[in-house]
Design a protein around this ligand. Structure first.
Ligand code: NAP
Length: 242
């Protein structure tokens, strides 16, 4: 049912974003792969090997004008924007007492404002189409909070509020908006944590394993396929939050 649709995925050169791009490609979607610094030829070839188009676009989602031009280009070249996955995200962990203004602003700008920028410009296209699925990447820490991540947790909690508000605004035209709240997923983002921090995490995961990028990608495909779910936050976290 997703065959031939256009899926735009931000921050999709690696990690969770890349897995999501591949999962949608396997469903037959044409992929618009937004990347920030670089993307490997192998990644693009892996997507194209699924028999779909892959359109790589470099840019910073925190830039309002970039988001506008990206979505305009997608509409022009692909004809529609059916699925938008706002995956791009960063961390700048620091205890509150030592957190700089730059550490706070950069995380809010990329994670929360970046999501707003993309949703803002995709929404007019999706409203006209009277269809579309927006999937935003939140985090369990946006629900629970986390010491050392005031900036990141605030950005992810903001994404949850944004998701529910967008869901209410766009529902009358058949456009859905949901969020995924991953727990601890093994990617470059979590590779920087110490063994002690990782073991502490594992001790609070009832399923006793770290999440894999494919676990998150399956949830994104699920949301894109089900047009009767909107405004929801799905924890994909091995049972960490229940
Ligand atoms: P990752 O491996 O660090 O990947 C993040 C991607 O986002 C990178 O490709 C990065 O590109 C891109 N990006 C960063 N800033 C960007 C910008 N301004 N514009 C466009 N792209 C940008 O992290 P990940 O673990 O896959 O995380 C993906 C998403 O899941 C994030 O939103 C993260 O907060 C969320 N999440 C992850 C976990 C986890 O345990 N891993 C848990 C909960 C939520 P560059 O490297 O080129 O800058």
């Amino acid at each position: 049912m997703l065959k031939g649709k256009t899926a735009v995925i931000t921050g999709a050169a690696k990690g969770i974003g890349k897995a999501i791009a591949l999962a949608f490609a396997k469903e037959g979607c044409n992929i618009v792969l937004n990347y920030h610094s670089s993307v490997s030829d192998e990644t693009i070839q892996e997507i194209e090997a699924c028999g779909v188009t892959c359109m790589p676009v470099q840019g910073d989602v925190s830039d309002f004008d970039f988001a506008a031009s990206l979505l305009k280009q997608v509409k022009k070249e692909m004809g529609s924007v059916d699925i938008l996955v706002n995956n791009a995200g960063i961390t700048r962990d620091m205890l509150l007492m030592r957190m700089s203004e730059e550490e706070f602003d950069s995380v809010i700008n990329t994670n929360l404002k970046g999501t707003f920028n993309m949703v803002r410009h995709a929404s007019s296209i999706m409203l006209k189409q009277r269809s579309g699925a927006i999937i935003n990447m939140a985090s369990v820490v946006g629900v629970m909070g986390n010491a050392g991540q005031v900036n990141y947790a605030a950005s992810k909690a903001g994404i949850i509020g944004l998701t529910k508000s967008v869901a209410k605004e766009l529902a009358p035209r058949g456009v859905t908006c949901n969020a995924i709240a991953p727990g601890f997923v093994e990617t470059d983002m979590t590779a920087v944590l110490t063994d002690e921090q990782k073991e502490k995490m594992l001790s609070v995961i009832p399923l006793k394993r770290y999440g894999q990028v494919e676990d998150i990608a399956k949830a994104a495909v699920f949301f894109a396929k089900n047009t009767y779910i909107t405004g929801q936050v799905l924890n994909v976290d091995g049972g960490m939050v229940m």
